[in-house]
Design a protein around this ligand. Sequence first.
Ligand code: ADP
Length: 151
Amino acid sequence: MIAIFPGSFDPPTIGHISLIQRADEIFDEVVIAAATSDTCMFELDVRIGMLEACCHNMANVTVTRLEGLLADCAKTHNADVIIRGLRSAHDVSYEHSMAATNRIIGQNIETLILPALPEYSHISSSLAKDILCNNGDVSAFLPKEVIEKLG
Ligand code: ADP
């Protein structure tokens, strides 16, 4: 089965990569779909390069651009399932609405929501960006492959 994991990944965190590794163990293929966005700190090509560097040793994981509807992108990649993560109760209603919406417009595609590992549940791209903008140490939040690309 093929899973698609959509997100902003602005930038990819240790939490994202943990989720990708877990999905890689469940599915035959995992397609990471990095969203185009005007509000991201990092350009899409930079975010894709970061994801590719983090996943270079995962043979069945690929990275693509998410343009347009996720339901259409899932269809293009023959994805059977959408993967999302859940860090805390705060994420529940948003992920629930997304899953319901994608099921309606995505020909009944299912969303599999994986709970964050407890040691990573506090990690988010927005917190990492706050630390980065204030010249703090992000080594507990971002994979070394991402830190290397920060320049
Ligand atoms: P989006 O803007 O689509 O929410 P994100 O890049 O913030 O994109 O998140 C993509 C997915 O990764 C979401 O489902 C989010 O819940 C999940 N995620 C983010 N951080 C973590 C983490 N620390 N552990 C597990 N899942 C996470």
